[in-house]
Design a protein around this ligand. Structure first.
Ligand code: SF4
Ligand code: MSK
Length: 641
C-alpha cells in the first residue's frame, strides 16, 4: 500500500484531548485521513439505518419502513417493531459472540497450559482457589494445575451443554436472587453457542414474529455476554495472568519515547499483549544494539488496560486515538489481536515506517504483517514481533516524529480483590463494612460504573469527563473500564491528586482514609480503574458482594451504569446485561431502535418491571448526571438511608 491518496484533511477540533488535536493538525498537513474525516464523508448517515428500520434478512429485500407513511411493512409483512427487535437481537448477539469468543480463547489457553502445551505460567493462584470454590470444585490434595484444568473443562462443558440446565458458570457467579428473576423470565442461557445459534435462527425470515419474544432473547444474549463473555474471560485471565493490583503508570500519547523502540499493543487479548511486554523486557539488548535506548510498550484500547492493570504499562490512548498514535511517526509497530482496531491502520501506517502486525488468524488486515500467535507458539512469535519492531525502528524518519508533550500519571489495577484488600486495611474482619457504612451515612451517595468506547459522533472524551466530574462532585464513587477509563486517565481522574481536584468532601474523606490505610500515602484516585471491557464482570462482582452484604437485590442498590460514548455492539450487549442486573443504564447515543416506539418504550420503561433496570438515554452530560443522581436518591430513599 502506498501513501498519498488521502485528500480530505480535517482541520476541525473533534476531541478534548490536546494530544489528539495537536496530531489532527499534523494529519491535515500530511494529508492523512482519520476516522473523523471519514465520518464527515459519511454524513448524512442513513436515517433508516439509524432508526433500525431497514431489513436485509432475506433476498426479497432489502426492505425499509417509512417512519412518516407507507410502506409500513416489508415484503414479508414484518413491521417496524419486528424489524427493529430482530436487528437489536442480532446486534446484542454479535456483541456477546465477540466477548464469548474472546473468553473461549482464554479457556483454551488455560486448558493447554494445564496440559503442558502452552507457553504461559499460572500466575493467579488465589484466583484458582476462588473460582474453584464458586464452581464447587474440590481442591484438597490437588495441585494448582489440576484444579485449573478442572476449571477449564468446566467452562468448556458449558459450551458443550446439550441439556436444558442453565450455564453452570452463570449459576456460580450471579446472585441467586437474579438467577431466580431470569429463570422466571425464561431467559437463563444453557449453552452460549446454542443460544447464539438460536438467536440467529429466531431472527431469520419467517421465524419469530413477536417483538417481545425477540427482546427477551436479547436479554438472554446479554446474559451470555455477562457470564460466558465477561465473567469467564476475566476469571480465566486472572488465573493465567494474575489478579490485578494497583499499579502506577501514565496515560496519553506523551508516553511514547523518542529514543526507544515504541510498540503499541492494541485489541483485547492479554495472551498477546502480556507476551509482547514480557519479550520486550527480555530483548532490550537487541533494541540497544540497533541504536535505541530500549523498548517502550504502550497500550491502546483494552489490550492497554490488561497490561496497565497487571504490569503498569502506560496507556497511549483510547479508541479514537489509534490512528493518531501512528501519525506521531514514533510508533515502530502496532500489534493487534481482536476487536476495535480500525481497518484503516495499514493505510495510515503506509505513510510512515510503522509496521501493523496482526496476530490472530480470525483477524487479518491486508497490507499488515501477520505473525500468528497461539498458546503453543507464543514465545517464538512474540520474539518475532519484537524483532519486526526493531527492524522498523531502523527505518524511522526522525524528522517526521511529533510526540505530544501530554502525559498524566494514572493508576490502574483496582480489581475487586484489590479494593477489598484496601478496605481490609480499615476493617480486617469485615472489609465491606467501611464502604457500606459510608454509603449508609451519605458520605458516599452511591456508585456508578462508567464504561465503554469513544464514538466519532460525539467529541472524544467530553461526555466521560463532564459526567464524571458532576458525579464525583456529588460524592458518587466512580469505577471505570475500557476506553472510558483510558479517556478519564488523560484528565487526571485516575491519579490521587485528582481526588482533591474532583471529589466532593464526603467522597474525598473516604478515598483519603482508605488510601492512607492501604499505604498509598494519600487518597485513592477518584475513579477506580477496574480494567478492560471483559473486566466489567468485576463491577458485577462488586455489586453482588454489596448486595449480598446488605441482603438486598442488585436492583435496589444506589448505583447505575453509563456508557456515554458507546460505539461497539459489545457495548450494547454489556448494557443489556447491566439492565438484566437491575441497573439504570445510561447511554448518550441510542442503538438503532428509535424506529419502533414499542421497542423503545420497552427498553427505556417497561423492562424495569421485569428486571428492575432500564436504559436511560440523555445526550447532555450534566442532565445525565442529574438523572443518575436522582435515581440514586430514589434508591437510597427506598432503602431508608
Ligand atoms: Fe424484507 Fe421480510 Fe426479507 Fe426483511 S425478511 S428483507 S422485511 S422480506
Ligand atoms: S476497547 S469495545 S472501543 S471500550 Fe474494549 Fe474501547 Fe469500546 Fe472497544
Amino acid at each position: 500500500m502506498t501513501c498519498g491518496d488521502c485528500t480530505a484533511p480535517s482541520g476541525k477540533n473533534y476531541s478534548i484531548d490536546p494530544a489528539v488535536n495537536e496530531l489532527l493538525k499534523k494529519a491535515e498537513q500530511e494529508k492523512i485521513l482519520t476516522a473523523w474525516d471519514r465520518y464527515e464523508q459519511q454524513r448524512p448517515l442513513c436515517g433508516f439505518g439509524e432508526l433500525g428500520i431497514c431489513c436485509r434478512n432475506c433476498l426479497q429485500g432489502p426492505c425499509r419502513i417509512n417512519p412518516f407513511g407507507e410502506p409500513k411493512a416489508g415484503i414479508c409483512g414484518a413491521d417496524a417493531d419486528l424489524i427493529v427487535a430482530r436487528n437489536l437481537l442480532r446486534m446484542v448477539t454479535g456483541g456477546s459472540a465477540s466477548h464469548t469468543d474472546h473468553a473461549y480463547s482464554a479457556i483454551q489457553c488455560l486448558r493447554l497450559i494445564t496440559e503442558g502445551k502452552a507457553e504461559y505460567d499460572l500466575k493467579g493462584k488465589d484466583k484458582i482457589a476462588s473460582v474453584a470454590a464458586k464452581l464447587g470444585i474440590t481442591t484438597h490434595g490437588k495441585k494448582d494445575a489440576e484444579v485449573a484444568h478442572e476449571i477449564a473443562m468446566t467452562a468448556l462443558q458449558d459450551f458443550g451443554n446439550f441439556t436444558e440446565e442453565p450455564m453452570r458458570w452463570l449459576r456460580a457467579s450471579a446472585p441467586a436472587e437474579r438467577v431466580e428473576v431470569w429463570k422466571n423470565l425464561g431467559v437463563l442461557p444453557r449453552n452460549p453457542d446454542r443460544e447464539m445459534r438460536t438467536a440467529m435462527h429466531k431472527t431469520a425470515m419467517g421465524v419469530d414474529g413477536s417483538p417481545l419474544n425477540l427482546l427477551l432473547a436479547a436479554v438472554k444474549s446479554g446474559l451470555i455476554d455477562g457470564y460466558a463473555g465477561l465473567q469467564m474471560g476475566t476469571d480465566i485471565q486472572d488465573i493465567i495472568f494474575g489478579i490485578p493490583k494497583p499499579a502506577k503508570s501514565a496515560a496519553n500519547l506523551g508516553v511514547l519515547e523518542r529514543d526507544k523502540v515504541n510498540i503499541i499493543v492494541h485489541g483485547h487479548m492479554p495472551e498477546v499483549s502480556d507476551k509482547v511486554v514480557e519479550w520486550a523486557e527480555k530483548l532490550e539488548g537487541d533494541a540497544k544494539a540497533a541504536g535505541a535506548a530500549g523498548i517502550n510498550v504502550a497500550g491502546i484500547c483494552c489490550s492497554g488496560n490488561e497490561v496497565l492493570m497487571r504490569r503498569g504499562v502506560p496507556v497511549a490512548g483510547n479508541f479514537l486515538s489509534q490512528e493518531l498514535a501512528v501519525i506521531t511517526g514514533a510508533v515502530d509497530a502496532m500489534v493487534v489481536d481482536v476487536q476495535c482496531f480500525m481497518p484503516s491502520l495499514p493505510k495510515v501506517a503506509a505513510c510512515y515506517h510503522t509496521k501493523i502486525i496482526t496476530t490472530q488468524d480470525i483477524a487479518r488486515l491486508p497490507d499488515a504483517e501477520h505473525i500468528s500467535l497461539t498458546p503453543e507458539n507464543a514465545d517464538s512469535q512474540a520474539q518475532k514481533i519484537i524483532g519486526a519492531a526493531i527492524e522498523a525502528y531502523k527505518k524511522r524518519d526522525a524528522r517526521r516524529v511529533q510526540i505530544p508533550a501530554h502525559k498524566v500519571e494514572a493508576w490502574g489495577g483496582f480489581s475487586v480483590e484489590a479494593i477489598v484488600g484496601a478496605l481490609a486495611k480499615v476493617d480486617p474482619k469485615n472489609p465491606l463494612k467501611p464502604l457500606v457504612d459510608n454509603i449508609v451515612s451519605g458520605a458516599i451517595k452511591g456508585a456508578v460504573g462508567v464504561v465503554g468506547c469513544n464514538n466519532v459522533k460525539v467529541t472524544q472524551d467530553a461526555f466521560h469527563a463532564e459526567l464524571v466530574k458532576d458525579l464525583l462532585a456529588h460524592d458518587v464513587l466512580v469505577v471505570a473500564t475500557g476506553c472510558s477509563a483510558q479517556g478519564l486517565a488523560k484528565y487526571g481522574f485516575l491519579n490521587p491528586e485528582g481526588a482533591k481536584q474532583y471529589a466532593g468532601p464526603g467522597l474525598l474523606a473516604v478515598l483519603t482514609a482508605v488510601g492512607e490505610a492501604a499505604g498509598l500515602g494519600g487518597p485513592l484516585p477518584p475513579v477506580l480503574h477496574m480494567g478492560s471491557c471483559v473486566d466489567n464482570s468485576r463491577i458485577g462482582d462488586l455489586l453482588s458482594a454489596l448486595a449480598g452484604y446488605l441482603k438486598v437485590s442488585t436492583k435496589d442498590l444506589p448505583v447505575a451504569a453509563s456508557a456515554p460514548e458507546l460505539q461497539h455492539e459489545k457495548a450494547v450487549s454489556i448494557g443489556v446485561w447491566a439492565v438484566a442486573l437491575g441497573l439504570l443504564t445510561h447511554i448518550s447515543l441510542p442503538p438503532p431502535v428509535l424506529g419502533s416506539s414499542l421497542v423503545t418504550k420497552i427498553l427505556t420503561n417497561d423492562i424495569e418491571g421485569l428486571t428492575g433496570g432500564k436504559f436511560y438515554v440523555e445526550a447532555d452530560p450534566h442532565k445525565a448526571a442529574q438523572g443518575i443522581l436522582s435515581h440514586i436518591r430514589h434508591k437510597r430513599a427506598n432503602l431508608g438511608i
